[in-house]
Design a protein around this ligand. Structure first.
Ligand code: PBG
Length: 333
């Protein structure tokens, strides 16, 4: 201030007009940043809503294809598939995970046949296929065995690759699985199948609605995943995980959950400068959606929340809002 007459710098000058706000914007959200997670059901003409995720539906493959047509038209680059495995297909050794005729594999083939330009990413993890809802094979004490589980994850990833998956995304948090999967993909000629590693995946209560959506919550019987997913208290450990996954051959890394872990996103991107993604998970969707539905928050919080990921350095975001946001962005043009 000079003699209290006027402020030396008027920061508000550039904020006055829409044109200058647009010109000086440091970050933008585009449809190119979005990955849409979808839940796949057995059968035909099946459509089920998810109680804790209003607006999200589980769809049979035929209906999912219609959804994909809209996503392609909107320019959404990729879907992430999550199969809802019937109870009868679950087992202790998760054999259904690597069945070439499994639901995920059939969904990949159907989408790639009809919409080859749409990226398809698959979830490499055993929890939809185990009777106990854990992401791996248990020993006699109920501990998830690392190396035995990894062998099955490799089979699962190969079977997704055979079906035509563009990106396999291990979300299980077993040690060494990225290296094992990369080696197997190379051995079998899938040189260009990409790996998006759920590198910093925390043991989070924000996954609750997802577990309802895929039907693993009941199987888990109140159990937790603390012996393999990360402790929410840690960030250095996340950098260590990411470093290992990059070394083992991951093409892209991910932090999950999203909004409560933006510090981790920022540190990962700043440290490694590799393609870095964040997952705005089911609980985050449920939270925002519930507040919007009650009129407690304006729906502009959705765009604001996604822009926050961009600010933190994320290259892209997995979000259940992807389709809705893509529609909004298209209308805004
Ligand atoms: C399975 C998996 C989970 C999510 C993605 N893959 C759940 C879990 O680890 O229990 C959560 C996604 C979400 O909450 O939206 N390994």
């Amino acid at each position: 201030m000079i003699q209290g007459q006027f402020p030396l710098r008027r920061m508000r000058r550039l904020r006055k007009h829409n044109f200058s706000r647009r010109l000086v914007a440091e970050n933008t959200l585009s449809v190119d940043d979005l990955i849409y997670p979808v839940f796949v059901l057995e059968g035909e003409q099946q459509r089920e809503s998810v109680a804790s995720m209003p607006g999200v539906e589980r769809l049979s493959i035929d209906l999912l294809l219609e959804e994909c047509q809209q996503l392609v038209a909107l320019g959404v680059p990729m879907v992430a598939l999550f199969p809802v495995t019937p109870q009868s297909a679950k087992s202790l050794l998760a054999e259904a995970a690597y069945d070439d005729n499994g639901l995920a594999q059939r969904a990949v083939r159907a989408i790639k046949a009809q919409y080859p330009e749409l990226g398809v990413m698959t979830d490499v993890a055993l929890d939809p296929f185990t009777t106990h809802g854990q992401d791996g094979i248990l020993d006699d004490n109920g501990y998830v065995q690392n190396d035995v589980t990894t062998e099955i994850l490799v089979e699962q990833a190969l079977s997704h690759a055979r079906a035509g998956a563009d990106v396999v995304a291990p979300s299980d948090m077993m040690d060494g699985r990225i290296g094992a999967i990369r080696e197997a993909l190379e051995d079998y000629g899938f040189h260009n199948v990409q790996i998006m590693a759920y590198s910093a995946k925390y043991a989070s209560a924000f996954y609750g609605p997802f577990r309802d959506a895929v039907g693993s919550a009941a199987n888990l019987q109140g159990g937790n995943k603390h012996t393999y997913q990360m402790d929410p208290a840690n960030t250095d450990e996340a950098l260590h995980e990411v470093a290992l996954d990059i070394e083992e051959g991951a093409d892209m890394v991910m932090v999950k959950p999203g909004m409560p872990y933006l510090d981790v996103v920022q540190r990962v991107k700043a440290e490694f400068k590799v393609p870095t993604f964040a997952y705005q998970v089911s609980g985050e969707y449920a939270m925002l959606n519930a507040a919007i539905a009650n009129g407690w928050l304006d729906k502009s919080v959705i765009h604001e929340s996604l822009l926050a990921f961009k600010r933190a350095g994320a290259d892209g975001i997995l979000t259940y809002f992807a389709k809705q946001v893509a529609e909004d962005l298209q209308q805004a043009v």
